[in-house]
Design a protein around this ligand. Structure first.
Ligand SMILES: Nc1ncnc2c1ncn2[C@@H]1O[C@H](COP(=O)(O)OP(=O)(O)OP(=O)(O)O)[C@@H](O)[C@H]1O
Length: 278
């Protein structure tokens, strides 16, 4: 069964009646990775927020449906949503610093999730938090536990947020431009971490990025969005090797200068490098 099923989702801004997303559909299988690419304002974030049940106030899913592990989320009460969020679906976003409380150590913030939502006792929560900090490949997790957010780099902060997002063992992680604010080397390390977590825990991912190279590296399937429409959708290799839509071709041309080639394959005539399984 799909862990996440998005069917014909349309999103409308109730304030002016404007429809901003005009029908998005995809299925996310356990351990699968779906990517959403497209220019700024194309509706990628609203689509994710609809799946997470956190649309901005006044915005509604005006048609279509979202089901998480077979449950249509439209019918959920606030309480049921709270139970589902974290335990089944988690998320990380751009700008990790703004999601951490500056006055608490990062360890205390993860422990709090484990105590309040996971029902762990203080000491168990501390031990589990340190395991999670190790699982996101932070060196010296015991010391990192006692650090305040401002003492960590952006890449370390994002690892802490990934640790918090997976702390309750969700099936799905939404990564919305999660590497965009980071420098290129750190970006690659975080992408490796996400690929690792998928491999080791079967976590399914929704990866939103304006960067095709990110999608080429991580995803099985990609949706290309422009102005709230999905203009092209399919297996990542098919879409990136044989784009059918002019807009996808344009995105690929724009990215060639940033080294998309190395994810797409070797020069003509040779077998493509399989970036998804290597
Ligand atoms: N809180 C909001 N209030 C008003 N309009 C919004 C709000 N959030 C999004 N929009 C509008 O909805 C459209 C889609 O936005 P969305 O954030 O989903 O795009 P995006 O593809 O994620 O872009 P970006 O890469 O810049 O985040 C845009 O036209 C945007 O202006």
């Amino acid at each position: 069964m799909s862990v996440l099923q998005v069917r014909g989702v349309r999103i409308t801004n109730g304030a002016n009646g404007e429809e901003l997303v005009h029908g998005v559909s995809f299925d996310l299988e356990p351990g699968g990775v779906v990517g959403i690419v497209g220019e700024s304002g194309s509706g990628k974030t609203l689509t994710c927020r609809a799946a997470l049940g956190i649309l901005p106030s006044g915005f509604t899913v005006s048609a279509g449906s979202v089901a998480i592990e077979g449950t249509d989320i439209a019918g959920l009460s606030a309480k049921q949503w709270t139970a589902l969020r974290g335990a089944t679906i988690g998320a990380v976003f751009q700008d990790p610093g703004s999601y951490l409380n500056p006055s608490l150590t990062v360890g205390a913030q993860i422990s709090e999730v484990l105590r309040v939502r996971g029902g762990l006792r203080r000491r168990q929560a501390r031990a589990r938090s340190q395991e999670l900090l190790a699982a996101v490949h932070l060196r010296d997790p015991h010391r990192v536990y006692d650090r305040y957010p401002h003492e960590l780099s952006g890449g370390m902060q994002q690892r802490v947020l990934i640790a918090a997002a997976i702390s309750l063992g969700p099936k799905i992680l939404v990564a919305d431009e999660a590497t965009t604010a980071l420098d290129v080397t750190v970006q690659a390390e975080i992408l490796d971490l996400l690929a690792d977590l998928r491999e080791s825990t079967g976590l399914a991912l929704v990866v939103v990025s304006h960067d095709l190279a990110v999608v080429a590296q991580l995803c099985d399937e990609v949706l290309v969005m422009r102005s709230g429409e999905v203009v092209e959708q399919g297996p990542v290799k098919q879409v990136l090797h044989r784009p059918r839509h002019d807009y996808t071709r344009l995105l690929i041309r724009e990215h060639e200068q940033y080294g998309l080639d190395r994810f797409l394959g070797t020069p003509s005539g040779k077998e493509p490098v399989d970036a998804l399984t290597n």
